[in-house]
Design a protein around this ligand. Structure first.
Ligand code: AMP
Ligand code: GLY
Length: 416
């Protein structure tokens, strides 16, 4: 079978790497991919948002399965378009992808089906939002743009002035475009966070092994939020009891609610959870694999990933034994200086040939002649599978130190 992977980051390099290991795969394409996917797939010059071009390629080239990495094409309806053309594709349709595409939709769903989450108010009018803040005395408070904002649409405001400014930036200055036409203002919660990812078909939920993402740019969780600076699997806070609780109180009622709303969900359901004193509560839903969680989860998967994708599409997940390696995994992200704000591109990367016993997944890399150069904020993810998280981290850091580019930025405390 020929497989097309849509996307071009570290998550997609990991998907290509895993899919290429399947004995049933004859060729993998990646659109647009990066310098890492070029080594094991054919990269296509098609952006991950260009649904008509992706559809034409899949139809013309007899692609047996398309796998979508990022949320933007899912929310825009890539699955609906492919299915309407009789093509097999893995992921939720637009009706179900709204779980990530609209925070207002999701909060209302959670409220309607009694699923624990932060208290909230929704606003589509800036003066109403500002009036609400005038009457509010509890800080911090959390302000979220309704739509997709590349992970940046969440502001934690420490005081009224910051909150007012955040509301104005989203609703008047449109810093997140249409995503900020409507906003949510919600209660600030505290506690450790957990990313729970599940394979989901119309009837069955199969949770993956757990992971912990390190979201802030700075060590000891300081500085700006990023896409993720590293990850470990398993998450030390996670156990069978917590998994059962989250499935029963959060994941299953969410999926049942989606079915009742006429929006049955299939694909990857990623639930961001905060473990508060009052129990686990939903922070957000994503409708795709996490990045960099995928880099530590998929190396531990023993079952053929293609079999899982096909079982989800065919609603036969309950017949499949999804098996995991009992080992651990860690990934350390090497980022460009300045990320998650402005950063340079085109800097030469050396030392990749010295890496031993880790897999380096590429995120923002490109080829310039014979050189490998940086082309994104997150550049590489140095990933190791080992008996323990500690061993995996030791090897990842040893290899991370062998790779060089100007301004290479990493956190030394992944796993802490
Ligand atoms: P989200 O994209 O909604 O997961 O938000 C990004 C990050 O903002 C989360 O991982 C949390 O660290 C933080 N966050 C979001 N909502 C809340 C909340 N209600 N209380 C505290 N922190 C939050
Ligand atoms: N690592 C967080 C995300 O993929 O959204």
């Amino acid at each position: 079978m020929k497989v097309l992977v849509v996307g071009g980051g570290g998550r997609e390099h990991t998907l290509v790497w895993k899919i290429a290991q399947s004995s049933r795969v004859s060729k993998v394409y990646c659109a647009p991919g990066n310098a890492g996917t070029a080594g094991m797939a054919t990269n296509l010059q098609i952006s991950d948002g260009d649904i008509p071009a992706l559809l034409k390629f899949a139809r013309d080239n007899n692609i047996g399965l398309t796998v979508v990495g990022p949320e933007v094409p899912l929310v825009a309806g890539i699955v609906d378009e492919f299915e309407a053309s009789g093509l097999r594709i893995f992921g939720p349709d637009a009706k179900a992808a709204i779980l990530e595409g609209s925070k207002v939709f999701t909060k209302e769903l959670l409220e309607k089906y009694d699923i624990p989450t932060a208290e909230y108010h929704r606003f589509s009018d800036v003066s109403n939002a500002l009036q609400f803040l005038d009457g509010n005395s509890v800080y911090p408070i959390v302000i979220k743009a309704n739509g997709l904002a590349a992970g940046k649409g969440v502001l934690i405001s420490e005081n009224k002035k910051q909150a007012q400014q955040g509301v104005r930036e989203m609703m008047e200055d449109k810093v997140f475009g249409l995503a900020g036409d409507e906003i949510i203002i919600e209660e600030f919660m505290t506690g450790p966070e957990l990313s729970m990812l599940c394979f989901v078909d119309s009837k069955t939920v199969v949770p993956m092994v757990s992971a912990k993402d390190y979201k802030r740019i700075g060590e000891k969780d300081t500085g700006l939020n990023t896409g993720g600076m590293g990850a470990i699997s398993p998450n030390p806070l996670y156990d069978a009891e917590l998994e059962a609780h989250c499935l029963e109180k959060i994941i299953e009622p969410t999926l049942a609610g989606m079915r009742k709303e006429g929006r049955p969900f299939k694909g990857i359901l990623y639930c961001g959870i905060m473990l508060t004193e009052a129990g686990p509560k939903v922070l957000e839903y994503n409708v795709r694999f996490g990045d960099p969680e995928t880099q530590v989860i998929l190396p531990r998967l023993k079952t053929d990933l293609l079999d899982i994708f096909e079982a989800v599409i065919d609603d036969s997940l309950s017949n499949l034994d999804v098996m995991w390696d009992q080992s651990a995994a860690a990934t350390v992200v090497l980022a460009s200086q300045g990320y998650p704000e402005a950063y340079p591109k085109g800097l030469v990367i050396t030392g990749l040939d010295k890496v031993h016993a880790s897999v380096v997944f590429h995120a923002g890399t490109a080829k310039a002649g014979d050189d490998m150069v940086t082309s994104g904020g997150r550049v590489l993810a140095v990933t190791t599978r080992a008996a323990t998280v500690g061993d995996a981290l030791t090897t990842s850091y040893k290899n991370a130190d062998l790779i060089q580019f100007d301004g290479k930025t990493m956190r030394r405390d992944i796993g802490s």
